[in-house]
Design a protein around this ligand. Sequence first.
Ligand code: CU
Length: 130
Amino acid sequence: MKKNELFAVVLMFLATIGTVIGIFAYEKSRAKGYYTVELTARAPLNGNWYPRKFTVPFGQEVRIRIRNIETVSHGFAMPDFNIEPAINEIKAGEVKEIKFLADKKGTFPFFCTVWCSNEHLHMSGEITVE
Ligand SMILES: [Cu+2]
């Protein structure tokens, strides 16, 4: 085997090992992060929260990304948990994020806090921690 060939083989070997180590490191850092839920906000007549019910793992730091895809403002509240940052208003087209530690098991309500339509009081959902 020529010297250049040997060099190429070693380089290929290192690149392969490096990729595998990189993938494992990425997966590990991802697992440490937040459990993310994508939530869409719409007035009840236009579809309501989507998903309206979802489950998150107990003991996990949870991040909910709320996307308001309407032309009116909505809000978000979940009184059973300390929501950081608290959200009073999500304007039309905005995406806001809340974070909390799912440290209680059970099913808890969340709801809109802005008078968005006549059906506003029905703009609610449930989150289950288990
Ligand atoms: Cu609303």
